[in-house]
Design a protein around this ligand. Structure first.
Ligand code: BGC
Length: 255
């Protein structure tokens, strides 16, 4: 008698999210599975200069090809973005003002696209979803994101706010100045920035991410955590988790 074949059940369909992080120095991409775990090798291409919308879209196209098939796309953008339209981009080309990034990318890639500020996305990849959580990212620019019980306060821009004398947080702690003043002095400034942010926000936890987080050598207070730069890509799954106990709510300013 023939042995009955063991049923393997239906094959699980994995929804592939292409997560893109547009940075002032590099544009990065990875594919995430339904649970937000990476399933491809991260791709990175140097940010083209001038970093016009056209040049960045070409770069994303190239990265997308290298990542294989995807069902939907998440983008972190280094500036203020509302309903898919960019309004500021201090470290890219001025022509980004009023550019419908989501619409153009959707046309190029033929997939649904959602986008938010890069630090906001990075925050979704790091937060616990409880209390007041502040995220700052240290890279070309100074990113910031604020969450209350997992809900995002979109487009918080600490970067261009006065920090010391007439200089802003980005002018005092951005990549250009780090290279100029060196790690030691930069860490002293960062310590002062942490104190002033704590006095301002009274956060329960502060997360520090971005490419230069690895240059942080100061002793951090107990409620401050360093996070990996990968959070900027991993947070891209948050846009598609509309409900779910521990998952953040879909930010209303994205689409
Ligand atoms: C921008 C922010 C951005 C940060 C990091 C700043 O210059 O104003 O929106 O999050 O750079 O890219």
């Amino acid at each position: 008698m023939k042995k009955a074949k063991k049923s393997e059940g239906p094959k699980k369909w994995v929804v592939r999210t292409l997560a893109i992080d547009i940075g002032g120095t590099g544009v990065k991409a990875i594919v995430l599975d339904d649970t937000g775990h990476p399933i491809t090798e991260r791709g990175r291409i140097k940010t083209p200069r001038p970093a016009t919308p056209q040049a960045i879209l070409d770069t994303i196209d190239e990265l997308a090809k290298g990542q294989g098939a995807c069902d939907r796309v998440s983008v972190g953008f280094p500036g203020v973005i509302r309903k898919g339209v960019t309004s500021t981009a201090p470290n890219l080309d001025p022509s980004w003002k009023g550019f419908d990034l989501v619409h153009h990318l959707q046309q190029r890639l033929g997939k649904p696209v959602r986008a938010a500020n890069d630090a906001d996305v990075q925050g979704f990849g790091a937060i616990r979803g409880e209390g007041v959580e502040l995220v700052v990212t240290l890279g070309t620019g100074f990113g910031s994101a604020l969450f209350v019980d997992g809900r995002l306060v979109p487009n918080l821009e600490i970067a261009h706010h006065p920090f010391r004398s007439t200089k802003t947080y980005e002018q005092e702690l951005g990549d250009v100045v780090l290279k100029k003043i060196g790690k030691k002095k930069w860490n002293t400034r960062l310590e002062f920035a942490i104190q002033s942010l704590e006095a301002l926000f009274n956060y329960d936890r502060l997360y520090i991410g971005g490419g230069n987080a690895r240059k942080v050598t100061l002793e951090l207070p107990e409620n401050v955590t360093l996070i990996s730069n990968m959070a900027g890509l991993l947070g891209g799954i948050a846009f598609w988790k509309i409900d779910g106990s521990r998952s953040p709510k879909r930010p209303s300013h994205t689409r």
